[in-house]
Design a protein around this ligand. Structure first.
Ligand SMILES: Nc1ncnc2c1ncn2[C@@H]1O[C@H](COP(=O)(O)OP(=O)(O)OP(=O)(O)O)[C@@H](O)[C@H]1O
Ligand SMILES: [Mg+2]
Length: 516
């Protein structure tokens, strides 16, 4: 039998890898652990078929040109076979925080001085942040105020095992991904649990309904629905309406070699189908070539008026290989098109600002509601700047209790474990300002559990931990807040031995929530 047909009839189930179970013999194992192998093969097979049929896919990096050519070289996105348990009370807590964080970002973004001052030391040593701040300064000089502000955010949390506290990892204000594919995994998990009753007659339905669900002891009602895609699209459409130019389109700013493009195309498609709004995709380099800014602030790209600029690129220095990309970013910022995010929303989502907001008395400058402030503080993990010498001393002694973070997005940039100690010692010896590039954060340790991760057609049994992201949408036109909502979620699960957590970056798998 060829490899292909072997895989087609029976996805291989790879056992726990040695590295994954080191020192974890006492881990709590979920009920899935004892699942019958034949049943597991069947479920894995059904899940793979479903994911291909429903577009739960990404570009395949092993196939050349796959990134930019739709329909060429696809692979299913990594996903878990079953949803991850999450306590209902913490779920509710995370959902309730979304509108409060939306409001906080909006308020902070309007305090240009706070953004500039908080990042002034970072600016000296971090070229990328410095360039963003330069654009922000230019807008302050021009006294440019964004009339219409659109935020599509995702606040990420982990549940700390020891303290039982829901703690925020970070808040993403630019390119918050997986509103599209994340919802598909929710749907997939619900379908697997409900079973295959669509294909069978009523007589059989009685016996087959909750087919896998019953066998696994799972109830699909416990998986909260996930309308992130529609809610993101509705927010984009509302912003488009506020811009009030029926001929204008929504522009997705994208990376040339994006692999996670189907997550973005789901939004474009829903924009067209739900709202009859056209969207176009442009790289920063194309925008530099094709954009024209009219004296009245209107932005045209390739002759097309732009109402909303939705950034799915521009968050990493890699997106700016030349001056051309920075020119494009500045030109867009100068325009009257609605930017998601504006430069000030982007800066409000940096890790340095997260750390500044956690200092005593800072939240009070931006929010009036005392209950909201208490709610936010409760989810703040320990956050420090490296000029706090008692904390750096402690981090050198116990580096495993900390994460060191530069001002970067997109995963793979943080420093963990022994490297925290080495980096801190190196920075101290150098005696330079380099330390301002980083913040220190308390390391959060979620409970580990056994799960099945589907990756490249194979089912891997792993010990894993989860991270819950809650999407939020916000739209304000001058004094009027038009939208401020929690908007679906993204559950990500990664093997417990991995430090980083990105799905697109290759560390984690898409998951959904099973409320307990
Ligand atoms: N304090 C922490 N404790 C434990 N793990 C952490 C902590 N901070 C970050 N991580 C892990 O590292 C991953 C990346 O961290 P973070 O989200 O801060 O960086 P990022 O580059 O902005 O990632 P993203 O692409 O998700 O926006 C997280 O998804 C999480 O798995
Ligand atoms: Mg991030």
């Amino acid at each position: 039998m060829s490899q292909l047909s072997a895989a087609a009839s029976c996805p291989p189930i790879l056992p726990l890898k040695h590295g994954d179970i080191e020192g974890t013999a006492t881990l709590p194992l979920s009920d899935y652990h004892a699942i019958d192998q034949q049943l597991l093969h069947k479920i894995a097979y059904d899940a793979l078929v479903w994911s291909s049929l429903h577009g739960l896919v990404t570009g395949d990096k092993s196939v050349e040109r796959s990134g930019s050519v739709p329909g060429v070289g696809l692979v299913h996105a990594p996903f878990t076979l079953f949803p991850a348990s999450f306590p209902r009370s913490h779920w509710k807590q995370a959902c309730e925080l979304a509108p409060v964080f939306n409001e906080l970002v909006d308020r902070v973004s309007q305090d240009g001085e706070f953004l500039q001052d908080s990042l002034s030391r970072t600016k000296k040593v971090d070229e990328f942040t410095s360039r963003l701040l330069d654009i922000h300064s230019k807008m302050l000089e021009l006294n440019k105020k964004e009339g219409i502000c659109l935020g599509l955010h995702r606040s990420d949390y982990m549940l700390d095992e020891q303290s039982k506290a829901l703690l925020q990892i970070e808040l993403n204000t630019i390119s918050s991904s997986f509103a599209g594919l994340g919802g598909l995994v929710t749907e997939l998990h619900k379908k697997l649990i409900i079973g295959r009753h669509h294909h069978i007659g009523w007589f059989l339905l009685r016996n087959m309904l909750s087919h896998y669900g019953e066998l696994l002891g799972l109830n699909s009602d416990r998986i909260p629905s996930n309308t992130a895609c529609n809610q993101f699209v509705d927010a984009l459409a509302k912003a488009w309406c506020e811009y009030n130019d029926p001929r204008a389109v929504i522009m997705f700013v994208v990376q040339a070699d994006e692999r996670n493009m189907y997550d973005q195309h789901m939004l474009s498609l829903a924009l067209r189908e739900r709202h009859h709004i056209t969207s176009v995709r442009k790289t920063l380099a194309q925008i530099d070539q094709e954009a024209e800014l009219l004296p009245d602030g209107k932005l045209f790209v390739d002759g097309q008026a732009i109402a909303v600029i939705y950034f799915r690129a521009g968050y990493t220095p890699l997106d700016y290989p030349s001056e051309s990309e920075w020119r494009a970013r500045l030109l867009m910022e100068k325009s009257s098109a609605i930017k998601c995010p504006s430069i000030s929303y982007h800066l409000a989502g940096t890790k340095k600002i997260q750390q500044e907001l956690a200092k005593p008395g800072v939240l009070e400058r931006y929010l009036e509601n005392k209950d909201d402030i208490v709610k936010l503080r409760k989810c703040f993990a320990g956050l420090w700047s490296l000029d706090e010498s008692d904390i750096t001393k402690r981090a050198i002694e116990r580096p495993e209790l900390f994460v060191m973070k530069p001002q970067r997005e997109g995963g793979g940039n943080n420093i963990y474990g022994g490297a925290v100690r080495d980096t801190l010692i190196k920075l101290q010896k150098a005696g330079s300002q380099e330390d301002a590039a980083y913040i220190l954060m308390q390391r959060i340790f979620p409970t580990s559990f056994a799960t099945f991760i589907m990756r490249s057609g194979c089912c891997h049994k792993n010990h894993a931990i989860s991270e819950l992201g809650i999407f939020g949408t916000y739209l304000r036109n001058r004094d009027k807040v038009i939208l401020n909502e929690q908007s679906g979620y993204l559950m990500r699960t990664k093997i417990s031995s991995s430090d980083e957590g990105g799905v697109a970056a290759g560390f984690a798998a898409l998951d959904s929530v099973y409320l307990t």
